[in-house]
Write a protein that binds this ligand. Structure first.
Ligand code: NI
Length: 200
């Protein structure tokens, strides 16, 4: 046994053990982080032009989905700005792949977020961004399917009531299966890297 193989024999045990430990809490290398998660599903909503839209229309496209509301004073505009700026960077670097991604903003506040309100809001972030709203029941259904929590607050903010809501933009595949969270909180470059990693 030469020195090299001795060292390899010594380290093989611990490395294997470490790999097994990792595999218990992480998907296998190359697997999307959200592979197999029960997130997503069919929906029918209304877009910013007043047209009825269902998930089937996005078949074959990646979907970059974020739930929020246009009256949100801080989190939503900041998240959308970073998310769409990351998408824009990815579009410049890989226009063909970016063309296969549909960014979608879904409101959790259908009471105030009418199609007209959504239209002026989404167009401020990107011409590619679609804004979806619906009835209370439609929004409740899609939020539940996509594991999004939201609740109207009793307290009033400067521009009316506030909504509590979870804020985690996510990438879904051409088949609608969840792929990964979009790390908008880490900035546009992190979003662009995530898209580059998963959009084929
Ligand atoms: Ni918000």
């Amino acid at each position: 046994m030469n020195n090299g193989s001795k060292i390899r024999a010594l380290v093989r045990g611990p490395i294997l053990a470490a790999a097994l430990l990792l595999s218990a809490c992480q998907p296998p290398a190359g697997e999307p982080p959200l592979a197999g998660a029960a997130i997503g599903g069919p929906f029918t909503l209304t877009d910013q032009n007043g047209r009825r839209v269902s998930d089937g229309q996005f078949a074959g496209q990646y979907r970059l989905i974020y739930f929020g509301y246009t009256y949100c004073p801080d989190v939503c505009p900041t998240t959308l700005q970073k998310l769409m700026s990351g998408f824009s960077k990815f579009s410049q670097a890989a226009p063909d792949r970016a063309a296969k991604v549909q960014p979608i903003f879904i409101t959790v506040d259908p009471e105030r977020d009418t199609p007209a309100v959504m239209k002026s809001y989404v167009s401020a972030f990107s011409p590619r961004l679609i804004g979806l709203t619906g009835t209370d029941a439609e929004v409740a259904k899609v939020a539940k399917a996509y594991a999004v929590y939201y609740k109207k607050q009793e307290a009033q903010g400067a521009s009316g009531y506030l909504m509590d809501h979870s804020s985690a933009p996510m990438l879904f595949g051409p088949d609608g299966a969840p792929i990964a969270l979009a790390p908008a909180d880490e900035g546009p470059d992190a979003v662009a890297r995530m898209l580059d990693q998963w959009v084929k």
